[in-house]
Design a protein around this ligand. Sequence first.
Ligand code: XCC
Ligand code: SF4
Length: 514
Amino acid sequence: MTQPINTLEKRTLSKPCGIGLNNMCCKLCLMGPCQITKNKSTGVCGASLELIVARNILRFITGGASTHCGHALHVAKHLSKEIPDNYIAQKAPEYLYNRWKELGLLPHDQNAQHFIDISESLHLSTMGVDSDYQDVLKWCLKIALIDGYYGLALATDMEDQKIGKPKIKKASLNLGCIDPAKTNIAIHGHEPMLAMSIVEAAKNHPDINLVGVCCTGSTILAQAGIPLSAHFSLQEDVIATGVIDALVVDVHCIMPSVGKLCDCYHTQLITTNDLGRFPNALHMPVATEGQAKEIAEKIISIAKENRQNRNRQAEDLFQKTRPTPKEVAVGFSEYNIDIPHLAQQLSTGQKRGIIGVVGCVNPRAKDEWIAAYTKLSKDYIILTTGCMAFEFGKEELLDGEAIFHMGSCVNNYRIVEILKQISTILQKEIGELDCTISAPMPITEKSAAIGMFFAALGCDVHIGYPHSFASSDLVSTFLQNTLKDCFGNKLLFDETAKEFLTNFMPSTEQYQKD
Ligand code: XCC
Ligand code: SF4
C-alpha cells in the first residue's frame, strides 16, 4: 500500500545550527569557516561580527535579487522583449527616486546592467574587499531596489502584458482541488509562461484537471482561476495524493525531495527550465512562446498516458480522504481595487492603515499568525501574496472585502503600486501612510530582498522567525537608524504573533482581550 512517506509534517526537522541561524558564521575563504560568537572576536582575517553579519545579509539579498531578475529576464526572452532602460525612474515616485539618488543607492539602469550590480555585490562582499559594514548595508538597499524594480515590477508588468490584467473572480484552493476522477497535472514553480500555455491547451481536454503549486500556482489562480492545491510546505502532499499524473516544474521553491517522491508514486516529473534539473525527470526546456504551445500539448498527452499507471489503492485512499476545496476571491490588483475608496478609508480613520502580509510559511515557525492578522483586519486593510495568502485561503478568509489576494510573490509589486497611488491621492509620502509589510515566517533569499525593498520605499517591515538580521547590535542599530533617518520607517522583529499584536501598536489592548 502506497502511503505518503516524505511529507514535511511527518519529517523530523534537523535542529538549526545556532551560529548560522544568527548569521555569525563566515565561509567566504578557506582560512575559515570562522564562527564569531562574541562581540570582540574576529575571523582569521580580522573581519568583525558586524562585517560578517552585514556581508551575509547582503549575499542573501543578492541571491534573492538574482532570482527575481532572472525571472523577469526569462519572461522577457519568452516574449522576445528587451529589458527596459530607466525603469526605476519610470516606475518610482519622484521624491523617492531623488532621495535614492542623493543617498547613492541607484543601481545601473541601462542595457540590463543591473546584473553587473548583482555581480559587484558578490564581488565587494567576498574576503578582503569592502571592510566597511555600513557600506555593505547600503548595498543591501541598492540590491533591494534592483529586486523590486528589475525583478518584481518588471516580471509583473510583462506577465500582465502577455496574460492580461487579472480579473476578480471566485476560485478554489487546497488539496481537495485534485480530482481523482480526472487526469491531474500539477504546475509548480514561479515563472508562469509555459503554465499559461498549458491552461490554454487544457481547454480542449475536458478530462484534464489542472492545479497549481507555489507562485506559478498563485499566478494561474489569479489570472485564470486555476485551483491552487498547495503552497511550499504542502508541495510533497500534492504528490502523495497518488493521483498526480504529471508534475510540471519551472524554477524556485521546488523541494529536491519531490524527485524521489515522484519515484515512489507513478507521477511523471517534467522539468521545463534549463536552470532547474532533476536527475530522474523528463526534461522539456521551454524558452519561447512557440515552444511553450508545442510542449503544453505534449505534457497533456504524457499525463493522460501516465494515468493508467496510478496505484488504485492510493487513488481509493485519496478518494476517501479528499478534503473539501475552500472558496476564495482572487484576481485583485492595482487595476481593479477601488484605490480612491481605500484612500478615503484611511483619511477618515475608518481604517488605520495597511498591512501587506507576504512571504513564505516556514515549517519551523508555527504560530497563530492568521488569527492575529484576522483580528487586525477590523482596523487594517490586508493585502496578501505568496504562501501567506494560501494560509488565509485555507481558513476561507480571502473574501476581497477585508483581506485581498494580490497574487504571487513578484506580484508584491501590486502592493507597491497601490501604496504609491494612495500616497498620491492623500498627498503624502508612502512612509507617512501607516503601512507595514509583515513576513512572519520567511524561508527564501527572495523574501529578504522583498522586505528590504519595502523598507527602501518607507514601509515599516516586520520579520518574524528567524530574524537573523538582528544578531549584531551594530548592524541592526545602523539599519534601524538609516531607515528612520532616510525613509522614516522601522524594522520590527517580533517572533511570535502575540508579541506582534502587543508591540505592533500600543493601542491593541482590545485585540488582546478578544
Ligand atoms: Fe512560497 Fe513563491 Fe516563499 Fe517560495 S518564495 S516559499 S512565499 S513560493 Ni516567494
Ligand atoms: Fe574567516 Fe575572514 Fe575567511 Fe570569513 S573571510 S572565513 S572571517 S578568514
